[in-house]
Ligand binder design. Structure first.
Ligand code: NAP
Length: 488
């Protein structure tokens, strides 16, 4: 795949203008499959840039909140068309920046356009209610109003679809936005901003500030004009944000996972192995809903492990831009380090590494962050590899002898994002759905994947217990209720 050789420098979008950071410094976004490929240079923003962006959003809110909802929707529809028109370019940029395969990148860009359209439509369905009144001369009703300036902070693993599912409902409900993308994937985030800007968003309604969280993060979440913070990322960063926000700032945190797939004795073992691979290794295991633990009944354990190892052995690891590649690189150097450390931790804990786990360094692999997907068996539920989020292509297989034990192990972690079961037994399915501690439950489907119209979020340490993302319910986060008593 040919790679552009000229490196472009991109700017922040503040008050409708593409401008440099006041600090006048830039950083590089690097291709994790080939470190010598510089995808672009971006503004290393400082606190002053963030303040300018927030003030611009605050001013723009005064008019944007009163723009006709149908006009706001029109802009989202147009931006969706622009994203789709640039699909091939944007998919390639996403792969170069994040590493996932081109097929996954295409899907993500399409999903982002779909999300914009979904909220363009749903934005016209926001409604209050009328309520009974003891006084016949007074009508009582509620209306939903925007909050004001919303800060959007997103991770690198779904670098356009997660921003889309936050920014679209924020804008369509009349809020203005300051958006800081992950420093590993600013270009594809910028493409979303560009599409919305070109679709006709007025100046200041959406502001885009790139650069390290260490210089921008605190102001983004604590500035008094910020009325809401929506964040997706690691649990550690989420906890820091939660501790720093003001009492009056609404907050939504989507965090980590340690997602289990249960394989029952009546499961189709071949299908179960495919689901484990799809959930655990696709996207190089870098999905918050990725399958990290496979909890397998004794009766099918050995057959399942054989199928899993055999199928994993056929996966092609490489540059996501190349035809036939199914597993791309890890997204950055610290991801690689982290995954390799967990492989060593698993071995030291006494788990058996039955497949993969080694860094790939020969030939073209030498230029990127490649690791062969790893399968551990003989994993005890208390081991660190069975408890902590690894966020890489590492599956821990845990053998169990009863359904009850499987459910207990599934629940005995601090996270509760997604959980899946492979079985045909309706009673077990019902029990699993009712008792597993997870915000998303799948039956004979991978732990990964969620549709824009479906609420998304977790329980325990995976999410704040405030508002779900995605679906109609997401609009609740971006609106507040006003109760009106209307007499004659
Ligand atoms: P991360 O290190 O927490 O970073 C996420 C975003 O937050 C980045 O934009 C980062 O900026 C910024 N950030 C970091 N610390 C911050 C702070 N103290 N204040 C304000 N902003 C801060 O996470 P990541 O490595 O990008 O993503 C992987 C994590 O995201 C995993 O734990 C995964 O499970 C989670 N995730 C969750 C979901 C979900 O919906 N539940 C979805 C996807 C991913 P910089 O890039 O500049 O550091």
């Amino acid at each position: 795949m040919a790679i552009e050789t000229t490196v472009q420098t991109f700017q922040n979008l503040i008050n409708g203008e593409w401008i440099n950071s006041t600090g006048n410094a830039t950083f590089e976004s690097i291709n994790p499959a080939n470190r010598s490929d510089i995808v672009g240079r971006f503004q290393s923003s400082v606190e002053e840039d963030v303040v300018l962006a927030i003030e611009s959003a605050e001013r723009a809110f005064q008019t944007w909140r009163n723009v006709a909802p149908s006009k706001r929707a029109e802009i989202l529809y147009k931006a969706a068309d622009l994203l789709e028109a640039g699909l091939e370019q944007y998919a390639l940029e996403l792969t170069r920046e994040e590493g996932k395969t081109l097929a996954s990148s295409r899907m993500e860009v399409k999903r982002s356009a779909q999300t914009l359209r979904y909220y363009a439509f749903e934005g016209l369905n926001i409604s209050g209610e009328t309520l009974p009144s003891d006084d016949p001369t007074t009508s009582i009703y509620t209306k939903k109003e925007p909050l004001g300036v919303v800060t959007v902070i997103t991770p690198w693993n779904f670098p356009i679809s997660i921003p889309a599912r936050k920014i679209a409902p924020a804008l369509v409900t009349g809020n203005t936005v300051v958006f800081k993308p992950a420093s590993d994937t600013p270009l594809i985030a910028l493409r979303l901003v560009q599409a919305l800007h070109e679709a006709g968003l007025p100046a200041g309604v959406l502001n885009f500030v790139t650069g390290s969280a260490s210089r921008t993060g605190h102001t983004l979440v604590t500035h008094p004009a910020v009325k809401a913070v929506t964040f997706t990322g690691s649990t550690g960063a989420g906890e820091t944000i939660q501790r720093s926000v003001r009492l009056s700032t609404r907050i939504q945190l989507e965090l980590g996972g340690k997602n289990p797939l249960l394989v029952m004795e009546d499961a189709n073992v071949e299908q179960a192995a495919e689901l484990a691979i799809k959930g655990g290794f696709e996207l190089t295991g870098q999905a918050c809903t990725g399958t990290s633990r496979v909890i397998v009944m004794d009766e099918v354990h050995d057959r399942f492990v054989r199928a899993l190892v055999e199928k994993t052995g056929k996966l092609s690891v490489g540059d996501g831009c190349c035809q036939g590649v199914e597993i791309g690189p890890l997204a950055n150097a610290s991801q690689l380090k982290n995954v390799l450390e967990y492989i060593e931790i698993g071995k030291a804990e006494g788990a058996e590494l039955v497949y993969g786990g080694e860094q790939l360094t020969n030939g073209d692999y030498a230029h990127g962050y490649f690791v062969r997907p790893a399968i551990f068996t003989n994993v005890k539920p208390t081991m660190r590899i069975a408890q902590e989020e690894i966020f890489g292509p590492v599956i821990s297989v845990i053998r169990v002898s009863s359904f009850q034990e499987a459910i207990e192990i599934a629940n005995n972690v601090e996270y509760g994002l997604s959980a899946a079961i492979c079985t045909t037994d309706p009673a077990r399915i019902q029990h699993f759905v009712n008792n597993v501690q997870a915000g998303v439950v799948k039956v004979n489907r991978p732990t990964t994947g969620n549709a824009p119209q479906v609420p998304f979020g977790g329980v325990k340490m995976s999410s704040t217990a405030t508002y779900r993302e995605s679906g109609r319910g997401a609009l609740e986060f971006y609106t507040q209720i006003k109760s009106v008593y209307h007499g004659v």
